[in-house]
Design a protein around this ligand. Structure first.
Ligand code: ADP
Length: 571
């Protein structure tokens, strides 16, 4: 039965019980009233008539209307015969009364009359007694019935008070618990109500929902597994080695190429903490070294089948924004390796080619320069104005050619890894003095002033004097080139955290922000800049970095640039 019907029937039952109680009460009240009225009418009135008759008989002689009074009382008694035997007694009394009325008051007759009246009175008194006892019984019965019905209603109500809240609340509690279980993704949760009401329907609907969710979850899982397999296949088919780490740096996936490169098997790698595996694997150590996601500049060299292979490394951070959270969260990183050996080989071939050509060009260029010098010698005869100009251009261009060839040679030296450092302790002032010496002619020509700033104690550096001076000279040459005529160049030496910083500041054209990241690239020249080779800064950077230093730039278009060489202190 439905809860709605149950509640309705319960209320109806209670209502009927109360109505029943009322009917029983009314019935007994009515019975008692009837019985009391009967006592009054049937017996009490007889007693009154008999009393009046007796009183009239006492005053027969003194009151003229006594006889009449007796007749009236007797007539009323005749009309109120109610008890068994009362009729006979009344008839006898009537006879006695007739005689008395006819003959007059005689003592014997009066005695008879009184005894007959007493008999009638006695009969009615006994009847009153009997009826009173019956009324008592009826009242008692009424009380009994009412108590019984009230007790029954009380028991039912008490049982309802005890059970009904639980009857309603228990399934709700169970439902709440089950909903919470579903919220925790426990889709196995089911409700079992052994009843046939609205809660049973609710349980059925809930179970259907849970089943559908379970089905959905499993189909989703199947989909996810399918996608996982597909991605794993793609990763495995990739020609480039790939390693995936989770946010705790455990290795979650890798492909055959990466395993081949690391010379490890999947069982030794998957699910393991990467730094633990890296303890026994040099390559993995190099791969997980750079924590900052981004491209690693240095190539990784791996010898495979007796041949050197070069890989570039890219670390891609994976971030997701969990549902309901505002901030993205890192869930790991993917390390991608790219085999750049063919490019490296091509690059090497190019470098060797440039080195050979530069080397081959050095001698003829030197010869050209000597020839130009000889032509300028007055001992070989005077030159016309036009010839002097031509020889001047020849000398200038051969000098530019010589500079280019020297820079190309330096570059090839850097690129082939043949850069040899000749470290020796040197005062920073000496480096600057040498660089200034190399550039003072150009400075004077353009009226450039130089301001220097030194720390209290001049730092000594352990560097390759030639290469560092070369880099510094290059910075000063650029500063002169890009400064306005009559401008100022500031050279500052600072010591910070055990490192020596040498900065060259000019107040020239400056460099646009979009070109800044590229100015250290080989052959890069800012569009519109005066002719150059685009190699000076690239070589300078290589020279400084080879000595564990850095070369950085800060620049504002129209305001000038600051190039800073940072070199480690003496150890
Ligand atoms: P180049 O020999 O062509 O000057 P560099 O490698 O020395 O080559 O410089 C690369 C580029 O950086 C130049 O084309 C130039 O535009 C820019 N550059 C270098 N130094 C400065 C400077 N002090 N002020 C403005 N631009 C500069």
């Amino acid at each position: 039965m439905k809860i709605k019907s149950k509640v309705a029937w319960g209320v109806v039952a209670l209502f009927l019980s109360i109505v029943g109680m009322g009917i029983i009460g009314l019935y007994y009240i009515h019975t008692l009233a009837t019985e009391t009225r009967a006592i009054l009418k049937n017996n009490y009135e007889t007693l009154q008539h008999m009393g009046a008759l007796l009183a009239a008989s006492d005053s027969l002689d003194s009151r003229p209307d006594a006889r009449n009074q007796m007749r009236v009382s007797f007539a009323k008694q005749q009309a109120n015969i109610t008890e068994p035997g009362e009729r006979e007694l009344t008839e006898k009394l009537g006879l006695t009364l007739n005689v008395l009325v006819a003959t007059g008051a005689q003592d014997s007759l009066l005695r008879t009359l009184r005894s007959q009246v007493a008999a009638i009175q006695g009969l009615n008194m006994r009847a009153i007694q009997a009826k009173s006892e019956r009324a008592d019984k009826t009242a008692q019965q009424a009380v009994n019935y009412l108590v019984m019905v009230a007790t029954a209603i009380g028991i039912v109500t008490f049982t309802l008070i005890l059970n009904f809240p639980g009857y309603i609340a228990n399934p709700i509690v169970q439902l709440t618990t089950s909903i919470q279980a579903i919220a925790r993704k426990n889709y196995e949760e089911r409700l079992h109500f052994s009843r046939h009401d609205e809660f049973a329907e609710l349980a059925q609907a809930f179970n259907q929902m849970a089943e559908k969710l379970d089905e959905y979850e499993h189909s989703n899982l199947a989909q996810v597994l399918f996608e996982k397999t597909r991605i794993e296949t793609i990763i495995n088919r990739m020609n480039d080695p790939v390693i995936g780490l989770d946010e705790y740096r455990n290795i979650v996936f890798t492909n055959a190429q990466a395993l081949h490169l690391m010379n490890l098997s999947a069982e030794h790698v998957i699910g393991r903490y990467a730094p633990d595996v890296a303890v026994e694997n040099d390559l993995l150590r190099k791969l997980i070294q750079a924590d900052e996601p981004g491209r690693d500049r240095d190539l990784i060299k791996v010898v495979l089948n007796g041949k050197e292979n070069f890989f570039s490394k890219e670390v891609i951070g994976i971030q997701v924004t969990p549902t309901g959270e505002p901030e993205p969260k890192s869930i790991g990183q993917v390390i991608l390796l790219k085999n750049v050996t063919p490019f490296k080989e091509l690059d090497l071939a190019r470098t060797n080619f440039i080195a050979t050509i530069s080397h081959e060009l050095k001698t003829p260029i030197a010869a050209l320069q000597t020839c130009a010098q000889l032509l300028n010698d007055p001992r070989l005869g005077p030159l016309t104005q036009q010839q002097t100009t031509i020889v001047g251009t020849l000398s200038e261009e051969s000098q530019r050619l010589s500079k280019l060839v020297t820079e190309l040679l330096d570059l090839s030296q850097v690129e082939t890894g043949n850069l040899r450092l000749n470290l020796s302790p040197v005062k920073s002032g000496k480096l600057i003095a040498r660089a200034l010496e190399a550039t003072h002619v150009a400075m004077e020509r353009r009226g450039i002033r130089v301001q220097t700033q030194w720390p209290n104690e001049e730092p000594t550096l352990n560097v390759d004097v030639e290469k560092t001076t070369w880099a510094l000279t290059n910075l000063l040459t650029n500063a002169v080139k890009y400064s306005p005529e009559g401008g100022t160049i500031e050279i500052a030496v600072q010591v910070e955290g055990g490192k020596t910083l040498i900065s060259v500041r000019d107040h020239g054209s400056g460099i646009e922000a979009k070109y800044l990241p590229r100015i250290f690239d080989k052959f890069f020249q800012v569009p519109g800049a005066p002719q150059g080779t685009g190699l000076g800064l690239a070589i300078s950077k290589e020279f400084i970095e080879a000595q564990q230093g850095t070369l950085t730039v800060l620049s504002q278009p129209g305001q000038g640039s600051v190039f800073t060489i940072t070199l480690p202190g003496m150890t």
